[in-house]
Design a protein around this ligand. Sequence first.
Ligand SMILES: C[S@@+](CC[C@H](N)C(=O)[O-])C[C@H]1O[C@@H](n2cnc3c(N)ncnc32)[C@H](O)[C@@H]1O
Length: 315
Amino acid sequence: MKPQELHQLVFNFRAARAVMFAVQAGLFEELCQEDLTIDELVARLELHRVSTTILLETLVQLNILNKQGMHYSVAQDLRATLRRDTAGSIANLLLLDANHWSNWSVAEDFFRPGQATSFAYDRQSNFAVAMQQGVGEMNVRLAQVLLAHAPRHIVDVGSGPGLLIEQVLGTATDLKYTLVDFARTLDIAKGNLSAYKQFDVNFLPHDIVLGKLPIEADCIVISRLLMGFDETEAKQILGNICHGLVHNGVLVINEFDTDTKVGALMSLDMLVNCGARVYGRDQLAKLLDELGFEIVSEQATTVFTRALSAKRKGI
Ligand SMILES: C[S@@+](CC[C@H](N)C(=O)[O-])C[C@H]1O[C@@H](n2cnc3c(N)ncnc32)[C@H](O)[C@@H]1O
């Protein structure tokens, strides 16, 4: 097996889990019989509208559902497989597996019976390392997007371990940089950027949900930040960030692209794990519009992420 094939194999669990959940929720039973709009579906199954939209859009990206105008339908070739009452159905097996899935959370009991301690796992440090892996050239491309705006001061809000700023510093050491995150995360970033101590690199511990950015800059970037927050908090964050942007400054938002399979699955993952979602281009455009901003350019930073650059309207 090749590394790329292994990558594909293990990450397919997200797609598999989404399909199983859709079976559990009864989506296919309805959509195999007739094409329905989101409003019709949520009314019939008594589901939450926003969450159901995220699930349906993911199933569209997986080519299991088709969407025509406002209507969703199950791809014709899959109907007999996804209905529970047909000879060739796998829906009952999927339902069984969906309910067995939760047993993996206690699987450790069979491998270390009688032991009180769990497999070692430190969420904070694992998260920091996981953030550095699996994004390929994303920060290289995002650094190019930032530098194309010819900034003098780049602020990276939710900087994580500082890999984006390290990337920019690789080509531009004459700018001012500020990394904003929680103090504990900034300690990791300080370690990663220790080779750049002689340059104008600053670390600002700040909770961007709770307070306005207390500094000003002509270029502020947020990368994979908004997807951790519900819409109320996302609005709050954008408002707090814009406060620190000089009048003709640029705000760069790098997020997963919900019109891709990976991006849609990530949105579902954020929903289930944080009650949040990945905001698509249209949702971001709307949030920015409410703050008096408009998107001025956009670039892909990987095949499943893209950076939107926004400025105050009329700039
Ligand atoms: C998903 S990581 C992304 C890190 C980095 N921007 C990247 O794309 O690799 C989100 C980062 O936002 C930070 N963060 C989350 N909530 C925050 C808040 N309220 N204020 C400041 N930073 C926050 C987290 O600590 C984490 O480092």
